[in-house]
Design a protein around this ligand. Structure first.
Ligand SMILES: NC(=O)c1ccc[n+]([C@@H]2O[C@H](COP(=O)([O-])OP(=O)(O)OC[C@H]3O[C@@H](n4cnc5c(N)ncnc54)[C@H](OP(=O)(O)O)[C@@H]3O)[C@@H](O)[C@H]2O)c1
Length: 246
């Protein structure tokens, strides 16, 4: 897909990985909408940077835990941008939940934000995505889903597993107009509370010997959005070879 003058929407696009995705999509020629929840000042800064690149940009506040959020965003896109070509489900809740202590609301909030919101938003945007020769949906999973099951993050892991299955189902359901693929990162931006020792231990298990970066994630998104015409229902492991074993 030629991205010039297309419209991309990146959820959670104010900070960290989402911010880089939004700016790189704009550099590739897209007008870009981002959603944010709490990071208003960062979101406004992203809009400024994208506007300075000569592209249109919008930032909409939305709490994806709210069941009305998908409809609200779709109305915002229709009103302001008038089209949607690339939908990137980047926003995510990532909180520890140990098996023995996991609470009902922890399961609920992870499932709502990480799995239900992407599915319902894709459903609400399906007509927009199908309108002009076909669109792209790109989900963010986690490499731990595919290998190395992780302890201490039960609710998060379950929600990303649901999004993995949704990637396959929606790829079938939305073909041929829309492709649905996913990126399963290892580390692409260190969790802010990770210690130096934890980072070193993680790095020792990565064959490519460095952590991934938000730019690596953006390259994968651009590949799926721009080049991957004949790819749907696929998962890119963006983990420096970590799942190959050490
Ligand atoms: N970072 C990594 O190394 C890594 C590893 C594996 C997978 N991933 C996946 O890659 C994606 C990007 O990673 P990241 O580390 O940049 O993500 P992140 O910082 O954990 O979260 C991204 C954004 O999600 C938004 N968000 C959280 N709860 C929300 C809610 N209830 N409603 C609306 N927005 C909400 C936040 O927006 P506000 O700031 O506006 O509140 C946040 O900035 C995520 O899907 C993550 O699961 C990342």
């Amino acid at each position: 897909m030629n991205l010039t003058d297309k419209v991309a929407l990146v959820t959670g696009g104010a900070r960290r990985v989402g911010r880089t995705l939004a700016i790189e999509l704009a550099q590739a020629g897209c007008d870009v909408a981002i959603t944010f929840n709490t990071s208003r000042a960062d979101a406004e800064q992203v809009v400024k940077e994208i506007t300075a690149l000569g592209r249109r940009a919008w930032a909409w506040q939305v709490d994806l835990a709210n069941p009305t959020a998908p409809r609200q965003i779709t109305d915002d896109v229709t009103r302001d941008a008038g089209r949607l070509d690339v939908l990137v489900h980047n926003a995510s809740v990532y909180e520890p939940s140990r098996w023995g202590d996991t609470k009902d609301y922890e399961l609920h909030i992870h499932h709502r934000v990480n799995a239900m919101a992407p599915v319902m938003m894709t459903q609400a945007c399906a007509d927009l995505l199908s309108a002009d020769g076909g669109g792209r949906v790109i989900n963010f999973l986690d490499a731990h889903l595919l290998e190395n099951t992780r302890r201490g993050y039960l609710a998060y892991s379950m929600s990303k597993a649901a999004l993995l299955e949704a990637t396959y189902v929606l790829a079938r359901e939305m073909a041929p107009a829309v492709t649905v693929n996913a990126i399963a990162p290892g580390v692409i931006d260190w969790a802010e509370d990770m210690t130096d020792d934890q980072r070193a231990a993680y790095l020792s298990r990565i064959p490519l010997a460095r952590p991934g970066t938000p730019q690596d994630a953006a390259q994968a998104v651009l590949y799926l959005a721009r080049n991957a015409d004949y790819l749907t229902g696929q998962i890119i492991r963006l983990d420096g070879g970590r799942t190959l074993g050490s």
